[in-house]
Design a protein around this ligand. Structure first.
Ligand code: C6P
Length: 406
């Protein structure tokens, strides 16, 4: 049995007080806090092995390259990729999705083709598709969500046709917490010859992921939500798809041979990693993967499911609170409104009690508009949260009610 309450001690930032109260951090969906192991790995990368990667033949460059490349293996292990060559390092999920839209979409889309996303997508899985649709004449179609914010399989099935070339969906919605049945959707996509892109930002942090079992074509995520540093992310793609894709950014390290007017390009993954990468951040991500794997993703998932159930039950005691998203098995986030108190006011007021949540449109404006809302309050969990965090949140929300209803 993992003692999750004891794991809090691994996160130095959680020991501080905010506004004279112990920090109650319920904003991990925006970005998670970092364990000492990750901070140590970052320091060590700069203090002991730092040099540019893939470029030098001296001791430090080789040590730095080895440490950087070892993380590719760790990522492959985390998501069960068949080869570490399928793992491309990016600056984060946003860059990964832009890479796929630009490189795969640019090479394969034409007028009349359809890109199928969801109304619940994060802007990072909307705007890159808009950009490539404008360039190629392809059309974007958004699948609606069910009444409780659950996945509506029939709605998706009705929108899939032989015009569908890409289906790109979140593994888990960052507002509703809905878990999309990605394995089933991969099958639906492949039946019409479409590729399936999974935005795994809010998925890989909460549950075991096996890209071979899902049989998706791309899976992307950001290191900073997985207890790693910011500035590093992953774009995993099937080898045969990456092999046929043109490069994204041009520059050093992505080439085979360069003349003044033309060049040939390196094989993946180097083809998609132009310029000096975020070396220490990547090594920090490796430490974060070691950290969560020591605990076990299945254990983290079970712990967080208990937390979400407890959080929903406790929050339902708060007068005037309405949940936004109540799909069965939801993961990671609890969005809500509190009568007509503005979510920004909720967040600002409970910050006085040391409680950190996010308030706003959560970079999901089409979803907000479909719900008739401009914003929600959102509490989200990481492995270091405990039921006591929801007790503190609930007390703070009672206080908000007392202020607004006095
Ligand atoms: N969502 C949130 O508070 P980046 O910014 O590239 O690390 O991640 C973008 C992104 C893409 N997809 C999903 C499902 C996401 O949740 C996010 C980031 C944060 O919900 C910050 S807006």
């Amino acid at each position: 049995m993992v003692d999750f309450a004891a794991l809090r001690d691994d996160f130095p930032i959680l020991k501080q007080e905010v506004n004279g109260k112990p920090l109650c951090y319920l904003d991990s969906a925006a970005s998670s806090q970092k364990p000492q192991m990750v901070l140590d790995a970052l320091t060590k990368a700069y203090a002991e092995t730092y040099a540019n990667v893939h470029r030098g033949l001296h001791h430090l460059s080789e040590a730095s390259t080895d440490a950087y490349e070892a993380v590719r293996q760790k990522v492959a292990g985390l998501i069960n990729a068949s080869s570490s060559d399928e793992v491309i390092f990016t600056s984060g999920a946003t860059m990964s999705l832009n890479l796929i839209a630009h490189c795969w979409g640019g090479a394969n889309l034409q007028e009349g083709d359809e890109i199928l996303i969801s109304i619940a997508d994060h802007h990072a899985n909307i705007i890159p598709w808009q950009m490539i649709a404008q360039r190629t004449g392809a059309k974007i179609i958004a699948c609606p969500m069910g009444a409780d914010g659950d996945f509506d399989k029939k709605a998706l099935a009705d929108l899939i046709s032989d015009k569908t070339k890409i289906i790109s969906l979140p593994h888990v919605s960052n507002v509703l917490g809905t878990v999309f049945p990605v394995k089933e959707i991969a099958k639906m996509a492949h039946e019409v010859g479409a590729i399936f892109v999974v935005d795994g930002c809010q998925g890989v942090v909460h549950m075991p992921v096996d890209v071979q079992d899902i049989d998706c074509d791309f899976y992307v995520f950001s290191g900073h939500k997985l207890y790693g540093p910011s500035g590093i992310g992953v774009c995993w793609g099937k080898a045969e798809i990456l092999a046929d894709m043109p490069p994204f950014l041009g520059g050093g390290d992505m080439i085979d041979d360069v003349e003044i007017t033309h060049a040939t390009y390196a094989e993946p993954p180097a083809r998609f990693e132009a310029g000096t990468p975020p070396i220490a951040e990547c090594i920090g991500l490796g430490a974060a993967i070691d950290y969560v794997q020591q605990i076990g993703m299945a254990e983290i998932h079970a712990h967080e499911q208990d937390l979400i159930r407890y959080g929903m039950q406790r929050l339902s005691e708060v007068e005037g609170l309405t949940f936004i998203g109540t799909a069965a098995g939801k993961s990671g986030v609890i969005s809500f409104t509190l009568d007509d108190v503005h979510p920004h006011d909720i967040s600002t007021l409970i910050d006085h009690d040391g409680v950190a949540i996010r308030a706003g449109h959560h970079c999901a404006q089409p979803l907000m508009k479909s719900l008739g809302l401009s914003s929600t309050a959102r509490a989200s969990v990481g492995l270091y949260n405990t039921p006591a965090d929801f007790d503190v949140l609930v007390e703070a929300l009672h206080k908000v009610n007392r202020i607004f209803k006095a």
